[in-house]
Design a binder for this molecule. Sequence first.
Ligand code: ADP
Length: 603
Amino acid sequence: MSWVTAIWSMIGAVCVTLAAMHLVVWFKCRSAWANLLFALAALASAGAAGCELWMMRATTTAEFGNALRWTHLPAWVIILALVGFTRLHLRAGRKWLAWTICGLRTLSLGLDFLFSPNLNFREITGLRAVPLLGETVTTAVGVPNPWMLVGQASLLLFVCFILDAAVTVWRRGDPLQKQLLVGAITFMGVAGTAQTVLAMWHIVQTPITASLLFTGIVVVMAVELSDGLIRAAKLADELRESEQRLSLAADATRLGLWVWNIGRDELWANAAGRELFGFTAAEPLDRDRFFEAVHPVDRDATRQALAKSLLEDEEYEREYRVILPGNHVRWIAVRGRVERDGMRAIRVRGVAMDLTARKEAERELAQQRTELAHLARVNTLGEMAGTIAHELNQPLAAMLSNAQVGRRSLHSRAPDLTEMAEIFDDIAADAKRAGGIIHGMRAMLKKDAPTEHQCFSLNDAVTQVLSLLHGEIVARQQEVKIQLGETLPPVRAERVEIHQVLINLVINGLDAMKEEPPRDAMKITTAWQDGTVTVSVHDSGPGLPPEIIPRLFDPFFSTKPGGLGLGLSISRSIAERFGGKLLAENHPAGGAVFHLILPAANA
Ligand code: ADP
């Protein structure tokens, strides 16, 4: 049996097998460029082995020349594939060198088919039998073609390129396997280049056996890539495991998982996700079907939010309602992340949760809060009932005495019409004042606060509240001074609730001032800056003891005998509901000061 034929045929078979395996990998995963380049290098090594065997078995100079010419084709593929592999897989080697090598190698391939018999010989003058592995094989003698320097220059540049890549890989501290790979390519590249150059210039008389070295490189590359394959298989196992864990957790919490493939407009959702949105188990899902399920009121906002996340690199987060079969409504919270290929959004992946129970609880809480606020208002009015009745008494008594004076005047011989008109004006003004007080009380007692917010001036709110509290202030023999800011912008809120906050603050201040003889009047000021309007209620009481400041706004915190301790906590939640704040501090000049800060309606 011929060892040469056996070895070169085996080289061919091994290379073709390895190439086939990695071609399949690339076919299944088109981004696996390293596998494609490897497959090309392996195929070309098999081709080179075939051409070499052809040369070694050539019987005529023409046949040898032809075989040598065709050897340049696999050599071209191998060099280009190795350069590409080094750049893509090892991320090393200089770009300009890579391009120069490819250019020179392609030029030499062109020249090879241009010259006769090939790039290496001007003329083949004879064949020579040389011994190899116990038999004789053919080499040629003739006139070397100086143009083969182009091809050999590309080989030398390749050696430089791969040496440079080896230094980069070593300096970067890449894993040992990568260092061995680049080392092996370097060694075999140097050896192959040396043998080809020496043999072609007839310095040594050996047949060309570059395919042996190419196969060495191919085997080392295969080991490196199969390590990747083993890692991929392990990862696939781990992925399956983690998918199972995730789906168990998702099922247990009824968490909907979904993925929207943007290019194909396909929506995938797990069983819990389909159930959440009211989709059947088998129906195909896409963007339109999804928006069909979203409540018409929330649809546009949801569309806009999705479009915004696709445009900007933002997480997609929303709460909206979906309509289920039978017109049931379910609240859903969705969170998603956009995946991109470069700048292009390709996929959105996310989770969905049923929020209905939480929304229901929030609604009940809001209702209870409103009821509590109403109760607190009724309670305050109850406490003020005496003074309000007294306050009403005044205009009523004035109206009565004015009416009596008017009646007497009518009985006089010549009634003074100017005086009569003044009397009627006074009666109307008193009726208006009484009506204002009653209107204020009715609003405070009304249970269902209107849901539409109104735009109004905090200056008006302060005057209206003070007219309601006038009797209380007089009864307590205290004084309130107001200093209203000019051109105050309006605020948007529930008027009655803001009145409630102001009443709480004024009554608390009056209570504090009751403790010791008042040093000074209470001051209420309004002001605005940076889009917010502030009402400050500054009393001249003893101020806030530092230990109670952190608990001031806690529900049911009170230092007053019989105090409910709800006023400040309700007032703060009202302020926050309208996007504002309620703050308390001690004034440097003494007394406590409370600031109600609300956003201006036009801000
Ligand atoms: P209540 O008036 O029923 O006690 P609030 O929530 O209105 O409930 O007030 C809670 C507590 O805050 C009061 O009991 C009092 O100790 C303190 N407080 C409120 N306003 C003032 C103030 N202007 N000066 C001093 N302490 C105050």
